[in-house]
Design a protein around this ligand. Structure first.
Ligand code: HEM
Length: 126
């Protein structure tokens, strides 16, 4: 059974993390905790973050190439875009593409959809 340790660098439940020194600790982007208050600051075409299913995405570099256009992303800059994202009927490919822009997750107390050990958005069948 995997052990779980918690230290100042975050929690880890894989053996590779257990062996890593503090300098080498491998952290996934989604392990970075980003509050809604911080997301709100990133609400411009030069710095555009959105929240989808409690995860935070930096879509600044995606604005130009989003097939649904830049305006629709900017409308949600600095905010939660979960309902809009799901409502536009994105394909499984689009859902997988989210991972490229992932930079963090909301703190537990601000999450609406996902609790520790929950499922990934990309695992939800479409
Ligand atoms: C990082 C976030 C997002 C990614 C990676 C993404 C990706 C994509 C991709 C790949 C498509 C092409 C069609 C498909 O494969 O489903 C698409 C289309 C579209 N997206 Fe997004 N999207 C994102 C966020 C959003 C948000 C927040 C909205 C808000 C409503 C939105 C609205 C649309 C619309 C309306 C289309 C349809 C365009 C058309 O068919 O004319 N997207 N998106």
């Amino acid at each position: 059974m995997a052990k779980t340790i918690t230290n100042v660098f975050g929690s880890a439940n894989s053996s590779s993390n257990l062996l890593a020194s503090p300098q080498q600790a491998v952290t996934k982007p989604e392990d970075r905790e980003i509050s809604l208050q911080e997301v709100e600051w990133h609400d411009s075409p030069k710095d555009c973050w959105i929240v989808i299913y409690d995860r935070v995405y930096d879509v600044t570099d995606f604005l130009d190439t989003h097939p649904g256009g830049e305006d629709i992303l900017l409308e949600h800059a600095g905010r939660d875009a979960t309902v809009a994202f799901r409502g536009s009927g994105h394909s499984a490919q689009a859902i997988r593409a989210l991972d490229k822009y992932l930079i963090g997750s909301l703190p537990l107390h601000e999450r609406l959809f996902r609790k520790l050990g929950g499922i990934r958005l990309s695992d939800i069948p479409v």
